[in-house]
Design a binder for this molecule. Structure first.
Ligand code: PBG
Length: 326
């Protein structure tokens, strides 16, 4: 039946009805808030390229997480900025490493806060690469050892979930094996399965002080032009034991999110990364866009594409918008 009988606008005239027929609804349950913890006390360094985000020392992180939790965002993803770095990122495996300290303090303050620990070496190596350098490049299998140690150490500190972001081959398998050997079989792995070598990570590298000192990450992170390869990455991570697979970045990779969801029917996470966040903030500051509206539109598009979990620096702001609309 065609026009004039069929009129799609009929369902758009009334706001109650528009709500009823909304196909994609964001919820605070979808959100994970990434946070940066650094050594020292009383530190609250504003990250200029990421307005509203800070490098926080442990006690300030605890304070911040109370606000995050009060807004309804119950999960955080932690990144550490250690006082000292070394060649292979071993500082990340220390019992009293910065993220380990943070996890213990957060769990003591609120055991219900869900803590996801990022596992990677780039914040902990002097050269800023995600693993141990041999012959001028990150050596895959040597790096697996430190990654697995880091994962076990973070689980011992009380992390609820482990999220490897390094893009080494085989890391999900070794992390799963080592977690299980240490009686952490209940701890899920959310793998950054399809992580692209992206310019959108720029602000994060300032925030986490993790920019590579030489070269780039193109020998381990994926080429932005490839999606079949992303399917292979995801397939392998699932075979190795990943419980949730992530696509990162999100916005320029909505097709990848869609394909991963459709081909694997797994829980899918998408990382709305620092550059995607900062562009919205910068344009909004110039009054070129309505920042809040664009934020909600972007988050909705990520969910519409197929993401179940959205990791985003907008988490608290978006939660506040959703809470207001209730
Ligand atoms: C660490 C890591 C990065 C991000 C998350 N984990 C940076 C990178 O790979 O260089 C980026 C997150 C963001 O941009 O928000 N490997």
């Amino acid at each position: 039946m065609d026009f004039p009988v069929t009129r799609l606008r009929r369902l758009r005239y009334n706001s109650v009805l528009r709500q009823m027929v909304t196909e994609t609804k964001l919820s605070v349950d979808d959100f994970v808030m990434p946070l940066f913890v650094c050594s020292g006390t009383n530190v609250r360094n504003h990250i200029n390229s990421m307005p509203g985000n800070y490098q926080l020392s442990v006690e300030n992180l605890v304070e911040e997480c109370r606000k995050v939790y009060a807004a309804g965002v119950k999960a955080v993803l932690l990144f550490g900025i250690p006082a000292h770095k070394d060649e292979d990122g071993s500082v990340a495996c220390e019992h009293d490493g910065i993220v380990q300290q943070a996890i213990r303090a957060l769990k003591k303050d609120n055991k219900d806060l869900y803590i996801i620990a990022d596992v990677c070496n780039c914040e902990y190596t002097t050269h800023g690469h995600c693993g141990t350098i041999i012959d001028g490049d990150v050596d895959n299998d040597t790096t697996l050892i430190t990654l697995a140690k880091q994962a076990v150490s973070l689980a011992e500190a009380g992390a609820d979930m482990i999220a490897p972001s390094d893009m080494m081959d085989g890391r999900v398998a070794i992390i799963r094996e080592q977690l299980d050997l240490n009686k952490f079989e209940k701890i899920p792995i959310m793998s950054y399965a399809a992580k692209y070598a992206s310019g959108f990570y720029g602000p994060f590298r300032e925030a986490a002080e993790s920019a590579p000192k030489f070269g780039n990450r193109a020998t381990y992170q994926m080429n932005p032009a490839n999606t079949n390869e992303a399917m292979r990455e995801v397939e392998l991570d699932i075979a190795e034991g990943a419980d949730i697979v992530m696509v990162k970045p999100a916005l320029s990779y909505l097709d990848v999110i869609y394909r991963v969801k459709n081909e694997f029917k797994m829980p899918v996470a998408a990382y709305n990364v620092s550059g995607e966040f900062s562009m919205v903030k910068a344009a909004a500051k110039n009054d070129w866009i309505d920042g809040e509206r664009v934020m909600m539109e972007i988050l909705t598009s990520i969910k519409r594409a197929g993401a179940d979990i959205i990791i985003t620096y907008h988490a608290v702001e978006a939660a506040n918008v959703l809470n207001r609309m209730k």
